[in-house]
Design a protein around this ligand. Structure first.
Ligand code: NAI
Length: 280
């Protein structure tokens, strides 16, 4: 019961990795609020918790994390209902993938909007109450291993967004530490989820001007295992996240598979660092 008496707010908490994290935190005693765009995902998740007799530990809110107005309302509700949240998990994301030279502004706006600005909005809306209540707490931002390894051109927008999430996490850690709030960044590899349903999460106004209707339709039919083995169960990621919160680990890395690519990227950069410091 590590998390007894703690309230965790999990965006994208109704499916995949977010739901996996929710299940583990609930098992370990937390009160969890799953915050998600999709009513169908929320209904399905709440049924699972009810089936396990855990309904009293789980609440849900419908939110699009790109809506600052909605985030303000939800933040207010969390202050009222829980005296402020203890754990913020900025996990909602979309698999915005497609041929980059065919991308329209709508594709950039969708991918960066959810995957970066969703995190920014979570921090802006929720940190004030986490600081004000004075109990300390923890933030987890979900990036991806795509933030640190070179990816095929289909992942340009996704990778850009996830690199930003990683950087925000790294650079906010010290200042949050001064408020007794820990910071972790989750960098998952392939995990079983509904991330291939990007087209179902895309708002109407960003369907116009998209060059990716066809590639998102194709992605929607992807099966686990198409890209290789090693697809983790979301609950396994949940365990890693819960443990990292307790230990206040900055990096949560789920797969060892990309070790060589990470090393090669860093070696290539280091090889281009001049010997001598620049003299001012
Ligand atoms: P998922 O699609 O199963 O879960 C994401 C949830 O976020 C869904 O329930 C969806 O309804 C919700 N969501 C989407 N847009 C939203 C919005 N605008 N506002 C609120 N909720 C929204 O996918 P998964 O894989 O569990 O994704 C979770 C996070 O993990 C994402 O940030 C994703 O980029 C990241 N990730 C996933 C990997 C994987 O292999 N599954 C690998 C690396 C990173």
């Amino acid at each position: 019961t590590d998390f007894h008496g703690k309230t965790a707010f999990i965006t994208g908490g109704a499916s995949g990795i977010g739901l996996g994290i929710a299940k583990v935190l609930v098992e370990r005693g937390a009160q969890v609020v799953i915050a998600d765009l999709r009513p169908d995902h929320i209904a399905h998740a709440m049924e699972q918790f009810a089936g396990e007799g855990r309904s009293n530990q789980v609440a849900s809110v419908e939110i699009d994390v790109t809506s600052r107005q909605r985030y303000a309302e939800v933040a207010e509700q969390m202050s009222r209902d829980y005296g402020g949240i203890d754990i913020l998990i900025n996990n909602a994301g979309v698999g915005s993938e497609g041929p980059i030279l065919e991308a329209g502004y709508a594709d950039w706006d969708f991918g960066l909007g959810v995957n970066v600005n969703g995190v920014v909005n979570g921090l802006q809306a929720m940190l004030p109450q986490m600081i004000a209540h004075g109990r300390g707490g923890h933030v987890v931002n979900t990036a991806s291993l795509a933030a640190v390894v070179q990816m095929p051109e289909y992942f340009v927008i996704y990778g850009a967004a996830k690199a930003a999430v990683l950087n925000i996490s790294e650079n906010m850690r010290a200042v949050l530490d001064s408020k007794n709030i820990g910071m972790s960044c989750l960098l998952p590899g392939f995990t079983k989820s509904n991330i291939h349903q990007a087209n179902q999460n895309r708002p109407e106004h960003l369907k116009q001007g998209s060059g990716w209707a066809a590639s998102e339709e194709k992605l929607a039919h992807r099966q686990f295992g198409d890209i290789g083995a090693n697809w983790l169960e979301p609950e396994d990621v949940g365990v890693m996240v819960a443990d990292a919160i307790i230990a206040n680990e900055l990096y949560i890395i789920t797969h060892g598979n990309f070790r060589d690519q990470m090393q090669r990227r860093f070696d290539a950069m280091m090889a281009r660092v001049p010997e001598a410091d620049f003299q001012f």
